[in-house]
Design a protein around this ligand. Structure first.
Ligand code: ATP
Length: 233
């Protein structure tokens, strides 16, 4: 059984169909990248999975359970964690205090504060600094650590690399295999297509809310991806 199964999902913002009949399956242990241009509907899709946008139609199943209408807090308990666009850390709290906000729902699993510090060793020394003192990329890593501390089965990361320094983006992506090996499946929204093709087991390209291309990076040609991304042809 797939960990995540999305069938014909449509999400409106007013009259606009931001997500238009998207179907996709995500198996345990996979990294799926959702790519697409600005406004393609990537964030809306992720927010619908996290329970922050309400679908107009379609279904979402997590490990066989219908969660289409579950509120956001129940999805955290069910095993979904979202790293939102812009990270949304508490800027006046320390790194460690921000991480600990991920522990309030006591799902059991591999992730502990110690394990997150092992994943991002530089965080240990900076754990007493305010989040506001970190670079954008470092904040992204803290937001991922916070999400991991909910011990999710499914980690959703919105715009992982957008606006961040390449060095820290690379370091974050280097942790993905370890995150997946610990039993956490990842769905990453990535605007940097070459990055997405490098790290993902499979990619889905959205165009104006529709899923227009899906496959394993090795099976897709650069031309196919470019056409899907820009809506050519
Ligand atoms: P971006 O990379 O710019 O975040 P995206 O692929 O994540 O793009 P969405 O943010 O999901 O796309 O937006 C999809 C469409 O829905 C866009 O046309 C956007 O303007 C619109 N939209 C997004 N959020 C809202 C909202 N809260 N109210 C109205 N329209 C919205």
């Amino acid at each position: 059984m797939s960990l995540l199964s999305i069938r014909d999902l449509t999400v409106h913002h007013g009259l606009l169909r931001a997500v238009d009949g998207v179907s996709l399956e995500l198996e345990r242990g996979e990294v799926l990248a959702v790519i697409g241009a600005n406004g393609a509907g990537k964030s809306t899709l992720l927010r619908a999975l996290a329970g922050l946008n309400t679908p107009t139609s379609g279904t979402v199943h997590l490990a066989g359970r219908d969660i289409t209408r579950s509120p956001a807090h129940q999805r955290v308990s069910a095993g979904i964690a979202l790293v939102p666009e812009g990270r949304r850390l508490f800027r006046s709290l320390t790194v460690e205090e921000n991480l600990l906000t991920g522990t309030y729902r006591k799902r059991t699993g591999p992730w502990s504060l110690r394990r997150v510090y092992e994943l991002f060793p530089w965080m240990t020394e900076r754990r007493r600094q305010n989040a506001a003192q970190l670079s954008g990329g470092e904040q992204q890593a803290v937001a991922i650590g916070r999400a991991l501390l909910t011990n999710p089965d499914l980690l959703l990361v919105d715009e992982l690399s957008l606006g961040l320094a390449p060095v820290i983006v690379r370091r974050i992506y280097e942790t993905l295999p370890e995150i997946v090996a610990a039993g956490t499946t990842a769905l990453v929204v990535e605007q940097d297509v070459s990055q997405a093709l490098r790290v993902a087991d499979r990619v889905h390209c959205l165009l104006e809310g529709r899923s227009v291309l899906a496959g394993r990076p090795a099976e897709l040609t650069a031309e196919q991806v470019e056409h899907a991304y820009f809506g050519i042809g």
